[in-house]
Write a protein that binds this ligand. Sequence first.
Ligand SMILES: [Mn+2]
Length: 305
Amino acid sequence: MCPSNQTNSPIEIMLVSDQNYAPFLATTMVSILKNAAPEDVLSFHIVDAGLSPRDLEIVEGMKSIRPFELHYYKPNLSEFLKLFPDDIGDFPLVCNYRLFLTEFLPQDLDKILYMDVDVVALGSLRELWETPFEDRFVAAAKDKLIPDQQYHLDALELSSDHLYFNSGIMLVNVKKWREDNLLPKILRTSVKIRDKNVYQDQDVINVVADEIGYKKISSTKWNCHPTDYVEGETRVLHFMGIRQEHPHLDILTSYAKQTPYGGLPFQKTSYKIKRFFRIISFKIVYFFLFKGKWRRVYRKRFTKR
Ligand SMILES: [Mn+2]
């Protein structure tokens, strides 16, 4: 051990969860802890968006897998969240917490690795952590958009050369975020695109980044959709929305089984049946709505809770 060694500075990881996602939070943590390199030092910044005392105990208990630093935040962001759309299906209001990180992280923290909790780390995050920002406010990977999403990007009026990125894994230049005072811009943008917003924080931050740029990182390596998984290359798998139809779910569940929760809520049969009928009924109605405009309206209603 050589604590003064620069390469041993902690990898600061921010995770946000409420009670519903607590089993996912624990799963993500287990994967990070088990797959870190021996010399990695880990520091977790857990943002409590409504965790239970048991959930907090479980997080604390993760130190038995591998020691780490632990920081808790329970910010009250209701004033900011008013400016965002209500829960949108898979994208609840809590998604937006990441946009306010400058409001609750310690002032001396210059950089953080934000990760969703539908994510599994398959190796050390050190290389991602050390990605140079090149003066950008964030480093992120291109989103795997489904083909009929172009209308959505058009609605957001993004420039044609902007690569819409996924906000599920972001290396955040917190220092620059503060220095450039991005918060007012974020809030203004949210209000501006409110009617068109489908992906919450992700739409907002992409509109902001379209103006000021961002640092691109490899999606296959650092924010990989399960359908694009490359064994040996992919270090962070992102089970976006945790769909039953995602391949490689066994990787996710193998880590979930190692948590005190013993599994993930989506694996319950009642959930699967409900979801099946919801999707089937959606597809039937969607098929009969030939007009693009009505399909858009319908899709939007479907994604609302
Ligand atoms: Mn996600």
